[in-house]
Structures are given as structure tokens and as C-alpha cells.
Design a protein around this ligand. Structure first.
Ligand code: AMP
Ligand code: MG
Length: 415
């Protein structure tokens, strides 16, 4: 009889261990704000001015003094015109200023009357039809941002909104975390690159290398500088060579395939020979074979991180999102790396419990519930395209139609 296998590591045990090893790289660079989309801010951004810089009009209309308008239909003299980009003079009693959206409120004025409520009269006068309340249609200086406030903190992932905010504070450049340098290679003698052999000419047993395409795209989305090292043959020497060569100039070596216990799986012993394996094999489905380790760099320059993903495409995809993604964001200094889990209704039954925690590919339907992709096999990549997320199902749990389940959306997870 075989010796009992040690229990697999749970995701909840593995993740803290993995994240504890993902010390931020601490290398920063300055980039143009225009080019900072998707990067991670490395220094707090403190406002050096108020936004808006001064009180200004929220409407096209008339700047007025409320004291002049005790009742509807008061008539005022229009003594100045203030378009956006200019500024006016002090407004005297009985006067109104024609003003446009964004233009500064002239001293003395305490409200804006929208142009629909002001009826122009002969000889530069205006009849104000409604009584304004003080402060009406005035955007106050600093109502968005006050000077000295920390507007974005180090570790923030920058997107379009953050870039606009930084620009509103006058920042044309931002200090961001350096892109992690990642070496990517696929293992497997059965792999063929699309474009090298036509689909009709594929030899028996050959398959196209699909992992290389989605892993590269995922790495780029996580802000990485990717060295794509292609396909490494299923041979011990070739594997050792590829790992040793990649360790020097990279922060992380990411591989797919060859990480199980088959005779053709050389990744694990090669990492052990060149460094250390921290953890291996998780109680998740898809994705059991997953390895985390370190590979020594030449002559005392420390180690490169190593992560080995399973070869089955869906396993590779899901373990990337569960484990590599948070690791890469941490290397760039991001604190919150957990995806948001949303309670949703399952519109299907999943009666068979599994000993491993499952990540089922599902799609939101028009009735506010989730439909299940019928084939949950770890080789069926169609499931991640048909699906728009996964259900995170605890080990040993089942689902009955109508149950509330925990959903992770690909929209968030892939960003
Ligand atoms: P392995 O983890 O190397 O045992 O591979 C498990 C399964 O995934 C096998 O059926 C492989 O053919 C398949 N596989 C491995 N690498 C890739 C890849 N890069 N693209 C597509 N399928 C792969
Ligand atoms: Mg293989």
C-alpha cells in the first residue's frame, strides 16, 4: 500500500506565506503622468494648491449680491462680463456680473443666478425672476481638495481617475514603482507555437502553446516587464540552464507546466537544485500543482522569486489570478491585493462536494443570478471566455439552486 499523502496546503495557509515573501522591490522611477496608467504610485501625493483654486461659478448666469434681491423680479445693472479664464472686479450694490461656468466669482458677489432665471432688459439690465439663496451655484475654493491634503497614498494603483486628479494638482510627472522584471517560460515537448505549424498539419499529440499567450498578457496587465523565454524542453539539463540564466536579470521567474510529479516534470527538482522550494501543491481546484520558491542568482546577488504554474490552461489561468497577481502587486507596493468577493445567487445545483476549494467558472445571467459553465475540466479554456468570473466555493461545500455564493468578477480580477 502507498504511504498516506500529506494533506495539501490550503489557500488560506499558502497566501500569507506567499505574500510575506513578496517584499516590495523598492525601486522607483519617474514617469510622465500621461504614461502612468496602470502603474503604482511610490510616494504620497500632497496637494500644493486648492482645487478649485478659487470660488467659481457652477453655471452660466449672473453673479449677484443677495441683499439686492429681496423679492422676485428685482432689476440689476449688468456692469461686467466674466468668461472662464478671466477674473472680474468688485461688484457694487445694485450690480450683476454676466458670468460663465468656471469663471471666478467677483468680490462682493455671494450667489449665482442661472441664466434661465435672469431676463435681459434694455440698457444692460437684467431682471432676476427668483430670489437666490446665499452661495447658490458657487463652487467653493478647495471644495474638492484643500492645500496640504494627501490626495493619493503610496501604493495606489493609478487609473484614469487618479491621473486626472494628479494633473489637477499640477503634476506632470509621477514617481512610481519600477516594473517587476519577469521571465516567462513554458515547458512541454508537446507544445507548438501558433504560426509555426498549420492546424491541419499538427502531429499526433501536439498542442498549441496557449498558456504563453494569456500569461504574457496577464503579466503585462500587472505592470510587468516580460522576458518571454519561449518553450523549454522537458529535460533536466535544459530546465536547469533556463532557470539559472533567468535568475540574474529578473525579479520573478514564472513557468507553466512540468510542476507535477510525473517523470517528465523537471521543474520542482531543478528549483531545489538551484535554490529552494517554499511550498508546493495546494488544495484548490483547478490548480493543485503550484510551486513557490527561489532561484539563486550568480555570485552572491541574492535570489529571484520562482513561481511554477500547472500546465493545464484553466489551472494556469486561475492560479495566476489567485497567487501570482497578488504577489506581483505586492512587489510594486500595493497593499490591498484581495479581489472583492460579491454575494450572488446560484441558478444551478452543484451537488458533489470536493476535498479541495473550488473555483467554478460562471456567468451572470439576466435574472441577477449565476449560470454554470457545463464543463469545469481544467483543460477547457472556453470556460474562462464564456464565464465572466468564478465562484469561490469552500472545500467540502455544495450548492443548491437559489443559494447565495461568493462571486469574483473577471473584470476586477484581470485588472
Ligand atoms: P503538465 O503540467 O506539464 O503536466 O501539463 C498538464 C497539461 O497541460 C498537459 O495536457 C499539457 O499538454 C497541457 N499544457 C502544458 N503546458 C501548456 C501550454 N503552455 N499551453 C497549453 N497546454 C499546456
Ligand atoms: Mg508537461
Amino acid at each position: 500500500m502507498n504511504a498516506p499523502r500529506p494533506p495539501l496546503l490550503t489557500l488560506d495557509e499558502a497566501l500569507p506565506n506567499l505574500l510575506a515573501r513578496a517584499q516590495p522591490l523598492g525601486v522607483t522611477e519617474s514617469v510622465a503622468t500621461f504614461d502612468a496608467d496602470g502603474r503604482v504610485l511610490a510616494r504620497d501625493l500632497v496637494a500644493e494648491l486648492q482645487v478649485p483654486p478659487q470660488d467659481n461659478s457652477a453655471m452660466d448666469g449672473y453673479a449677484v449680491r443677495c441683499a439686492d434681491i429681496a423679492a422676485p423680479n428685482a432689476t440689476l445693472r449688468v456692469t461686467q462680463r466674466i468668461p472662464a479664464g478671466s477674473h472680474g472686479r468688485t461688484l457694487g450694490p445694485g450690480e450683476a456680473a454676466r458670468i460663465f461656468t468656471g469663471a471666478p466669482i467677483p468680490p462682493g458677489a455671494d450667489a449665482v443666478v442661472m441664466q434661465e432665471d435672469g431676463e435681459p432688459q434694455p440698457e444692460d439690465r437684467v431682471c432676476i425672476k427668483a430670489v437666490p439663496s446665499p452661495g447658490a451655484w458657487i463652487r467653493r475654493s478647495g471644495e474638492d481638495i484643500t492645500r496640504g491634503r494627501t490626495v493619493l497614498t503610496a501604493g495606489t494603483r493609478l487609473g484614469p481617475g487618479e491621473l486626472g486628479l494628479a494633473a489637477s494638482l499640477g503634476c506632470d510627472r509621477l514617481t512610481v514603482a519600477a516594473r517587476p522584471r519577469v521571465a516567462l517560460f513554458s515547458t512541454g515537448d508537446e507544445l507548438v507555437m501558433p504560426g509555426t505549424v498549420a492546424p491541419t498539419d499538427m502531429a499526433p499529440g501536439a498542442i498549441y502553446n496557449s498558456n504563453r499567450f494569456f500569461l504574457r498578457a496577464l503579466l503585462q496587465r500587472m505592470g510587468c516587464q516580460v522576458s518571454d523565454l519561449g518553450i523549454v524542453p522537458d529535460r533536466r539539463e535544459a530546465t536547469l540552464q533556463a532557470l539559472a540564466d533567468a535568475a540574474g536579470p529578473h525579479d520573478l521567474i514564472l513557468t507553466s507546466g512540468g510542476v507535477s510529479v510525473g517523470e517528465e516534470d523537471h521543474i520542482k527538482p531543478a528549483v531545489q537544485a538551484l535554490g529552494e522550494l517554499h511550498l508546493w501543491s495546494l488544495a484548490i481546484k483547478p490548480g493543485k500543482p503550484f510551486a513557490l520558491g527561489a532561484v539563486r542568482r550568480p555570485s552572491g546577488q541574492g535570489t529571484a522569486h520562482f513561481m511554477g504554474l500547472p500546465g493545464n490552461p484553466v489551472s494556469s489561468f486561475v492560479t495566476f489570478l489567485l497567487l501570482v497577481r497578488p504577489f506581483l502587486w505586492r512587489l510594486q507596493g500595493v497593499d490591498r491585493v484581495d479581489p472583492v468577493r460579491q454575494p450572488m445567487r446560484a441558478d444551478f445545483d452543484w451537488p458533489k462536494p470536493d476535498r479541495r476549494r473550488e473555483f467554478l467558472r460562471v456567468r451572470r445571467n439576466g435574472q441577477g443570478g449565476l449560470d454554470l459553465f457545463p464543463n469545469q475540466s481544467s483543460g477547457v479554456l472556453t470556460s474562462v471566455v464564456w464565464g465572466d468570473g468564478v465562484i469561490d466555493l469552500q472545500a467540502g461545500a455544495t450548492i443548491a439552486r437559489g443559494d447565495t455564493v461568493s462571486f469574483i468578477s473577471f473584470v476586477e480580477w484581470l485588472s
